[in-house]
Write a protein that binds this ligand. Structure first.
Ligand code: SAM
Length: 308
């Protein structure tokens, strides 16, 4: 599990109650909410991406609303500006770094760890490959499973306005908060869903319908795989955001994904840019249909994780 938040209680017992009245949330902004650091150089250096003016304003508003929402709900313990930038914003976007629209590509820059500069023929190949990847990934259908206060899904929706992002959580009050954030920030490419993922994964219109599933700090990795893989199209990917990671976890995850129609595509180890916290992103690929018995009934994946 990631270090930052405890696992929340889940409230949705099953079907989403259409038309249910949500309690209204008092999202009065702090008169002087602190400013997020801009971190222009660090965004560029670490993700080869940086927010434009509009995106920066949305990220700042997201921060202000999260602080305001925290007065009413226990949304997050991460409230200091630099910490929020690193552990919520940067961390959320690091998982989709390979897919981010990349302003730097024309200048032949790549993110740290991939080499700093490419020139000549090498640059041409890189640009061709990168623009192919970008075209393929321009309009992805994404789901953030167990989004909590909206991470990683909200920063991803802000950074990638062409993607459509479903923010799913079993806890109604968190989704109520996110609904108001979406309206206040004018985020039109994200929608919310209150339900347990085990139910959603069995719904015909949801199953095998997403290009990308994101899942951070929700459950053990094999459980996350059972939540995510049924929702993916063949060829789709899941990103499991993890803190520490061990070989034993890789082996358990390998056996779990094998029965779910998936495979481990890549495991990336890295540290966060301000406090050097250990992180891993586990990328899964869906290579075959997930058998109908998965996901198992609500609660069962977490009680009896596959591969253990
Ligand atoms: N992803 C967010 C983050 O990283 O900040 C929130 C993490 S929070 C610790 C875990 C969230 O997962 C909670 O909001 C909880 O309601 C949700 N969750 C846990 N199990 C779930 C399930 N089976 N279906 C839907 N949501 C679930």
């Amino acid at each position: 599990m990631m270090e930052q938040e405890g696992e929340g209680n889940t409230e949705a017992s099953g079907a989403f109650e259409h038309g249910a009245k949500f309690p209204s949330v008092d999202l009065m902004l702090e008169p002087r909410s602190p400013l997020l650091p801009l971190m222009e150089g660090l965004w560029q250096l670490t993700l080869a991406w940086q927010p434009d003016e509009h995106q920066q304003a949305q990220l700042q508003q997201l921060y202000a609303f999260t602080l305001a929402g925290n007065r009413q709900f226990n949304l997050t313990r991460i409230t200091e500006p630099a910490e929020f930038w690193e552990k919520h914003l940067w961390d959320s976007l690091r998982g989709v770094q390979r897919l981010l629209e990349n302003e730097a590509e024309g200048r032949g820059q790549k993110a740290e760890g991939e080499g700093q500069k490419v020139e000549g023929e090498e640059q041409e190949n890189y640009l061709t490959q990168n623009s192919k990847l970008k075209t393929q990934n321009s309009f992805l259908k994404v789901i953030d499973i167990g989004t909590g206060a909206g991470f990683p899904g909200l920063p991803v929706a802000i950074a990638q306005p062409n993607w459509t992002v479903t923010l799913l959580d079993a806890t109604r009050k968190k989704i109520t908060f996110i609904d108001q954030v979406l309206a206040q920030l004018g985020i039109a490419n994200a929608t919310t869903l209150v339900d347990r993922v085990e139910q959603v994964g069995r719904q015909k219109h949801q199953r095998q319908s997403y290009d990308l599933a994101l899942i951070r700090a929700v459950a053990a990795a094999p459980v996350c795989a059972e939540y995510a893989l049924p929702l993916l199209k063949i060829g789709g990917s899941a990103v499991l955001y993890r803190g520490q990671w061990t070989e034993a976890e890789t082996r358990a995850l390998e056996s779990a994904v094998a029965v779910l129609g998936g495979a481990i595509d890549k495991i990336e180890a890295f540290t966060t840019p301000l406090t050097q916290g250990d992180r891993h992103c586990i990328y899964l690929k869906k290579i075959a249909p997930t058998p109908n018995e998965f996901p198992r009934a609500s609660g069962v994946p977490a009680q009896k994780p596959l591969g253990s």
